[in-house]
Design a protein around this ligand. Sequence first.
Ligand SMILES: *Cc1c(COP(=O)(O)O)cnc(C)c1O
Length: 432
Amino acid sequence: MLFKSLNGISKKVNFETAVKKGLADDGGLYFPEHIRPLKKDFIENLENYSNIDIALTVLEQFIGDSINKIDLRKILSNTIDFDFPLVDLGKNIYSLELFHGPTLAFKDVGARFMANCLAYFNKNSSKLNTVLVATSGDTGAAVANGFYKVKGTNVIILYPKNKVSEIQERQLTTNGNNITALRVKGSFDDCQKIVKNAFLDKELNEKFNLTSANSINIARWLPQSLYYFYAVKNLKKDNLVFSIPSGNFGNICAGLIAMKLGLPIKHFVASTNLNDTIPRYFESQVLSPKPTIQTISNAMDVSIPSNFIRIQEMFENFQDLSSVMSSYSFNDKQTLEAVKKIYNNNKYILDPHGAVGYLGLKKHLESCSAQKTGVFLETAHPIKFANDIEKSIKVKIKFPERINGILSKKKKYYNIVSYNNFKTKIMSMDFY
Ligand SMILES: *Cc1c(COP(=O)(O)O)cnc(C)c1O
């Protein structure tokens, strides 16, 4: 299978090339040329397969000859060695916990998969690679962890100053080794713009052999479709509604891929915070981004969702799209009220992103006449947002052992104020 560029100019490439390039030369995102539905028998018997076997079956058509089966199995075993539990919150509502990876973020799966793929593709190359990644909080940590000490690869992370939580900043800035953190004056969208400019900058590309690790990279993006398979495997139900707390819309887009592959999913809800470009699009059919607004669900503080173009690619027209997808936005006050309510009713602690997902799910289920089962994605561990959450529920969140010690590590970053400043800084770095 080949990947086409959504700008339609660059030629089609295989998985390996698409992963190494990140973005096509014409600036377009890569998208699978076609999606072949999986066998009914497989979908109906998911519980008979291990998570690794499911991953192999789901991903093999996209990977094609780029990685042989034996090595792909190894890569997947390195990627998926933690659980994706479903927590029953009653009233046909489930939380799908995606934060059991090493950095407590759902992005661990995509980041680890991508790191393993790149290490595999570059194992015989003497050329140094540079992974350039903009983060609104969680991506950077997952990417840093996935690529930590990967031979031949340096990672440069750009994150917005004062817009990530304390734990997130520590996760970004305390790695050392092949990981460099750049603190950008501005929003996540400003970080993303620098990354996009860098990819179009020939001089930088030549020197650094740049690759992206945002969900624009297919190796980061596609494995996210596995969460939906694991949820269906554990729930064993049809007629499911999934609500996805969305920022760059990579996760929900991977869910739509899972549906196209044959999973029995009825509806998707894209739940956002006040950065509501897509909820407004569903009302007006016009994409009109506003400046980014800072919220407590900061990983979703995105006003220009990169992956929405992939979603549009999957549907003939707006009617088709809106028959399987809705989108709602919620403010911080509603988010914290949901955190409080779920804690009081269930003794279950949501993080702000999961809470937005819960709110979107509830709103959709209330608008349905038929009884449906709803799953919202709990995309981060609440400890990352302890300040806001503890204030709201008046209970101390237990510190997960996996990140013990992080608060005493020393932060190291460089300050960046513009693209030119960024370019000068990295051109002068001596790790190359
Ligand atoms: C990245 C992130 C999201 C948004 O995912 P997208 O794929 O960008 O829509 C939601 N929640 C958390 C905690 C995240 O880190």
